[in-house]
Write a protein that binds this ligand. Structure first.
Ligand code: FEO
Ligand code: CA
Ligand code: CA
Ligand code: CA
Length: 603
């Protein structure tokens, strides 16, 4: 059994028990406040939020819907002032509009939805005597929406796959959507993953070319009309009319939040998949390594290693150079090998010594300094690998994972962590069987993998790995908390986002808790005798998802996405009234949590 060692620095707080409250529940001795919510002003001329009278003109100046990723960037020379950069992943129209008719949305509702997507950049100011943050109208405040112009870079740019009637150059893309998680780069920009873009494009069955149809199928496009019916209002969302428009989404997006006039970038050198996010590690010689997962059942994990070196400093010249770092280098896909494959039977029971093994990064695409690609996969061209990256992973025998979500290096140790959120199809209907990195059939609770590159130089193509957590009910035989005493952990299920506190502890937020209580945020100890100790720090309102965690010395922040989103709920019968209370509509919001009277988080 585990000795009763004191909680390591940063994880000393009273755990929050599983619950179904319509509230953000935090540990004793902590306080909380909403920072910004759907509809709050981002730009100075934004009208006040009016649930019953929404317009696209208002929404494009207001905070968008369904906040997922959040990044907090200190403003140089202005103490206690930050840029908060947030993704707005998707819209839930039945929650946004009273009497919403899903079969007949109005043009106005379509336009509000378009402008409720994308990202927000908002200056926030910290209070003198608490962790509270208040939005301000700073010079960098900005809304990026599904109408904002982007530049497409890398091997896909200008290729036959991305040319449309509106953009014969194949370089000028309008909009971003399905922006799930992301990362802050060491050079001061924000990366954002375009994830479930397939759901925005209707009528894939109208594409009859067999190769094009096969590609749509591999990317999970669904025949017929879409849920949001955008194809009814703008032909670019109708594959029957614009078969290439969908090939312009599914990239890692980079936004320079310090220049509100800058054109955001879509980097095709990192491939086109359902990118959950992208997170950066910088090696000692300035090489930049980006880790990114493809969030689909049985899809792959990737890394990109730059050929250019990061320039120090935050001046404009450095920024102009550094935003090209992800445009030249090599893209790899991961293959995992277990060391005790005969002991993995799908029951999820850990072999002696846990689940461990070796791995290999298989190169699939090299992008030169001139932006031109070189395919490293037989039978595929470079632009094919950049746009239909999943086929490259298929061809080289990459390992089919249980939905790779956030994939992020620990700045303290260089070890890399990925959340594999769940995969209820593992081992069913002729689908891939278990392997040591994905050890459970019909996996409802997910796992967390730890990757150690073979050398401190992350550009190596070999690594070792182990499962840190096999999530789910700690009382069940098929769960594993890195060998820590399971009677002393908080139950965790469906890990999604990962983050690190200043002490090097891992924090995990969850999406879709299969244990039937609210989603939450957990600290996990990585080193020493408490490795695997998992503690719930907060829970979000019922029906919501916990996203975008930020853990600093003095503050924890989370995005509460889709509060009250339950099967039988709508704007006419909301089941959540968070955060405004009374009989109000639920509103996705960003929340800050701090210790009463000040002090360090978890200390
Ligand atoms: Fe949008 Fe993979 O979660
Ligand atoms: Ca996610
Ligand atoms: Ca993260
Ligand atoms: Ca998720």
């Amino acid at each position: 059994s585990t000795p009763n060692t004191p909680a390591p620095t940063g994880t000393d707080f009273t755990v929050v028990a599983p619950n179904k409250e319509d509230a953000v529940v935090i540990p004793e001795g902590y306080e909380q406040a909403v920072v910004i919510r759907w509809g709050d002003a981002v730009l100075p001329d934004a009208p006040p939020f009016d649930f019953d009278n929404q317009t696209p003109q208002a929404q494009e100046k207001q905070f968008g819907f369904n906040n997922d990723f959040a990044g907090l960037l200190p403003v140089e020379g202005q103490p206690n002032t930050y840029l908060l950069v947030v993704n707005h992943e998707y819209t839930t129209e039945p929650f946004m509009f009273k009497n919403y008719d899903a079969d007949n949305p109005t043009l106005q509702q379509f336009q509000v939805a378009i402008t409720a997507h994308g990202l927000s950049v908002v200056q926030v100011k910290g209070a003198a005597d608490s962790g509270k943050l208040t939005p301000e109208f700073g010079p960098h405040n900005r809304r990026i929406t599904a109408n904002t112009e982007f530049v497409l870079t890398g091997p896909a740019a200008g290729s036959e796959f991305v040319k449309t009637s509106a953009d014969p150059t194949g370089t000028k893309v309008i909009g971003t959507f399905a922006n799930c998680s992301g990362g802050v780069t060491p050079w001061g920009t924000v990366l954002s993953g375009e994830e479930n873009f397939n759901g925005y494009f209707g009528n894939p069955e109208a594409v009859t070319d067999p190769k094009a149809a096969e590609r749509l199928k591999r990317y999970a496009f669904v025949d017929g009309k879409t849920e949001h019916l955008w194809e009814r209002f703008d032909k670019r969302f109708d594959l029957a009319q614009e078969p290439n428009e969908a090939n312009r989404f599914g990239y890692v997006v980079e936004v320079n939040p310090w220049d509100a006039a800058s054109t955001p970038i879509k980097h095709s050198a990192l491939g086109r998949v359902k990118h959950e996010a992208a997170n950066i590690y910088v090696t000692s010689d300035g090489t930049v390594v980006a880790y990114t997962g493809d969030d689909e059942k049985f899809d792959y994990m990737y890394k990109f290693v730059s050929s250019r070196k990061m320039q120090p400093g935050t001046g404009q010249a450095s920024m102009r150079y550094n935003v090209t770092l992800l445009d030249a280098g090599t893209l790899y896909v991961a293959k995992f090998t277990g060391n005790e494959p005969d002991k993995i039977d799908g029951s999820g029971k850990a072999p002696e010594g846990g689940f461990t093994g070796k791995g290999e990064w298989i190169p699939i695409l090299r992008t030169g300094e001139d932006g031109k690609g070189e395919s490293l996969v037989e039978g595929m061209s470079a632009d094919e690998v950049a746009v239909f990256t999943r086929f490259a992973g298929d061809k080289v025998g990459a390992t089919k994972m249980d939905r790779p979500e956030d994939f992020e290096p620990n700045p303290k140790t260089g070890k890399v962590y990925a959340a594999l959120t769940n995969n209820d199809k593992r081992g069913t209907d002729g689908k891939a069987a278990v392997d040591e990195a994905n050890p459970r059939n019909t996996n409802k609770n997910g796992q967390v993998i730890e990757i150690v590159e073979d050398t401190a130089d992350h550009s190596t193509n070999r690594f070792t790995w182990s499962l840190l957590l096999v999530c789910g009910d700690p009382k069940a035989a098929d769960t594993y908390y890195a060998g820590f005493d399971k009677s002393k952990v908080s139950p965790i299920s469906c890990p999604d986002n990962v983050a690190f506190d200043p002490h090097g502890n891992l924090w995990i937020s969850t999406d879709g808790n299969a244990l039937k209580s609210n989603d939450g945020l957990f600290s996990v100890v990585l080193d020493g005798p408490n490795r695997g100790e998992t503690k719930q720090f907060l829970t979000v309102p019922h029906g919501g998802e916990t996203c975008g965690p930020i853990i600093t010395e003095s503050r924890v922040m989370v995005c509460v996405q889709h509060p009250g989103e339950l099967d039988d709920a709508s704007a006419d019968k909301p089941v959540s009234h968070w955060p405004d209370g009374g009989d109000s509509q639920p509103r996705p919001s960003v929340v800050a949590v701090w210790k009463s009277g000040g002090g360090r988080i978890g200390v």
